[in-house]
Design a protein around this ligand. Structure first.
Ligand code: MTE
Length: 307
């Protein structure tokens, strides 16, 4: 895995002083005084297509073009609809096949982790993509606190359930609520899998899944579940929301793969948001370009079958 040090970051990317300011902003935004901020920046590059320079998509697009179906099926509406959604205080439970089940306040989670910036490609199964500078921490490092047992083969993530404030949890049966996602344990403990608490140097906007969301950059965006309240380590694969809703469209793995078309969207190429209406589409890469880092997780698997 190529993790660039601060010194090696291209000039087009974020400067040292800006990053420092951003870190201070995120501490302030999260209302915390002492979270363990490390000095590193994980600018983990994808393998090819001259992706050496991952230029972040504008923050404005990131914040106002969202998929948050608890609030709306319209990409522009969740910004306003989620505005008053309470995200503080917030509790996270870690349970299941663990030696040390935990109930943590968000503040305790943050104190226990070192927050870094991870600049990742983000690819939605609908055929668009962004580059997002997330602020977050390693999921593996958090799971370790719960001391997973050898029987923990899968990880289930559950979003908050609050039908009074999330209108579609009452109105829509497109998905079963709360939103649930899952990973295999080796995927969940891969260094690229993070929990994000911020982006663009600030705390995470509510419509982007505040206060805590998953980011798994080699998988389609729907795996990156928002507003997580529960993480369970399980013996068997969890039943996930999209897989139940349309099993022929949304597999459990959901690895970005240009050779496995979605029934409604070819996955050959993607529209890079913010690069202009007439700019060329980007050819989609297997594992979203992170194959060098993650392909070994799937070495004996037929990815057409396990899509
Ligand atoms: N998590 C929850 N709880 N609810 C959702 O509707 N949408 C998913 C994923 N996580 C979603 C979710 C989908 S389909 C995508 S593409 C990404 O979040 C979108 O993340 P973004 O809105 O921050 O770009």
């Amino acid at each position: 895995m190529l993790i660039k040090s601060k010194q090696a970051i291209a000039e087009s990317e974020i400067t040292d002083s800006l990053v420092f300011t951003q870190r201070r902003q995120i501490i302030k935004a999260l209302g915390l005084s002492t979270i363990g901020l490390s000095t590193g920046i994980n600018n983990v590059f994808a393998n090819s297509q001259a992706s050496e320079k991952l230029m972040p998509t504008s923050a404005d697009i990131f914040k106002n073009y969202t998929n948050y179906y608890e609030f709306s099926f319209n990409k522009e509406d969740s910004t306003e609809l989620a505005k008053n959604f309470p995200t503080n205080p917030w509790q996270l439970e870690i349970s299941g096949e663990v030696e040390n089940p935990l109930k943590l306040n968000l503040e305790d989670v943050l104190k226990s982790q070192s927050i870094q910036e991870y600049v990742y490609r983000f690819r939605c199964v609908e055929g668009w993509s962004m580059v997002v500078p997330w602020m977050g921490f390693s999921l593996a490092s958090l799971l370790k606190l719960s001391k997973p047992l050898a029987s923990a083969n899968f990880v289930k993530f559950t979003s908050v359930f609050n039908p009074e404030l999330m209108p579609n949890q009452l109105k829509s049966n497109v998905l079963t609520w709360p939103y649930v996602e899952g990973l295999r344990i080796d995927e969940a403990t891969h260094p690229l899998a993070i929990l994000a608490v911020g982006a663009y140097g600030n705390s995470l906007p509510k419509q982007n899944g505040a206060p805590l969301r998953l980011v798994v950059p080699w998988k389609y965006g729907f795996k990156s579940i928002k507003a997580i309240v529960k993480i369970e380590l399980l013996k068997r694969a969890p039943v996930t929301s999209w897989n139940v809703a349309a099993p022929n469209e949304y597999g459990f793995y959901a690895n970005v793969n240009p050779s496995v078309p979605h029934p409604r969207w070819s996955q050959h190429s993607e529209r890079q948001l913010g690069t202009g209406f007439f700019s060329a589409r980007r050819e989609t890469e297997l594992f979203n370009g992170y194959g060098e880092q993650v392909a070994s997780l799937y070495k004996d698997m037929d990815l057409r079958h396990f899509f």
